[in-house]
Design a protein around this ligand. Structure first.
Ligand code: E4P
Length: 309
């Protein structure tokens, strides 16, 4: 668990450059007390999971991806598009991220324009990299180029599949509205692939083997996470790192913490400066539950019976 004292105070300074998330309407005398609170999105393609969270005022946005839409029952692109349209309509005016499935720049831009036509609340999700993993002849910078074209076209974007702070910075400089660091997947990966006798992060980062026997040459991130993070909170430390960099340079691209695996990560992301959290619905439904709240409420309710006539 990341301890509050590990969080530098200047993370709070980021709020001074960021816009209000819950501005008080001009006709209200009582100022909204949480004008700069972080936003919470539901990470799902299932509309029935969204409704109760929206009704309770817990979420003010949704993120989807091809896996989530497939899980929600889409078996064709037409079905997926219908589901996305329904979510966009339900959420209006709150943002809904819709992910591109085309893989080349020109086709991605055409598809982005089509998806953006579903509503003014659509945000186009663009994978920041990985194109050459699909086809080695592809341009590895396709995502950054698409982000930049969409910024020029005034279309909001969410740079997805962010696993290091350089990717986040490249995406912000290309004009991304949001960057999505996948904290859960990063922690899962290190937990699964790190060799425990070597320093944390050895499966992703270059770590000199002090015994001179072995070197890992996969350089995927700065030394920060590798040097300081435990495997389980490596993802949280990535959010922290991006938050410090964006604070230092007054970058207004919002940090959309993604890929949550448990309730603790929700609170840790808030501690370390995420601007928005996109969380699976089952976690959102339970994260604010507490057994002492239940016990306390039951007792108050019992005692209130003394007042019944
Ligand atoms: C973010 O927008 C993604 O949809 C999501 O958080 C991915 O999470 P996963 O690692 O659970 O697939």
């Amino acid at each position: 668990m990341l301890r509050p004292e590990e969080i530098p105070a200047h993370i709070g300074l980021r709020r001074t450059v960021m816009d209000e998330t819950t501005p008080t309407p001009a006709d209200k005398n009582l100022k909204h007390p949480a004008e700069k609170a972080p936003r919470v999105f539901a990470d799902t393609g299932t509309i029935d999971e969204i409704r109760p969270l929206l009704d309770a005022g817990i979420i003010d946005g949704v993120t989807t991806n091809p896996t989530l839409l497939k899980r929600a029952g889409a078996s064709s692109w037409d079905m997926a598009k219908k589901m996305m349209k329904d979510i966009v309509k339900l959420l209006d005016p709150y943002p809904v991220s819709l992910e591109l499935i085309e893989l080349t720049k020109d086709k991605m831009i055409i598809q982005a324009e089509e998806l953006a036509s579903y509503g003014s609340n659509v945000v186009i999700k663009v994978p920041v990299g990985g194109y050459q993993a699909v086809d080695s002849s592809f341009d590895k910078h396709t995502g950054l180029k698409v982000l930049n074209v969409l910024w020029k076209k005034n279309i909001k974007t969410n740079a997805t599949l962010i696993f290091n702070s350089a990717q986040a910075l490249w995406a912000a400089r290309a004009g991304a509205t949001y960057v999505s660091p996948f904290l859960g997947r990063l922690a899962d990966y290190l937990y699964k692939h790190d060799e425990v006798e070597m320093p944390v992060g050895n499966s992703l980062y270059y770590m000199e083997d002090h015994r001179g026997k072995k070197e890992n040459t996969k350089v995927h991130n700065t030394a920060y996470v590798a040097a300081g993070g435990a495997r389980k909170n490596a993802g949280i430390r990535l959010i922290h790192e991006i938050s410090v960099i964006f604070s230092n340079y007054e970058i207004k691209t919002e940090i959309l913490a993604a890929s949550f695996r448990n309730d603790v990560q929700v609170q840790e992301s808030l501690l370390c400066g995420a601007d928005i959290l996109t969380v699976p619905a089952p976690i959102l439904m339970r994260v604010a539950d507490h057994p002492l709240t239940e016990e306390g409420f039951k007792a108050f309710n019992e005692d209130s019976k003394a007042f019944e006539k």
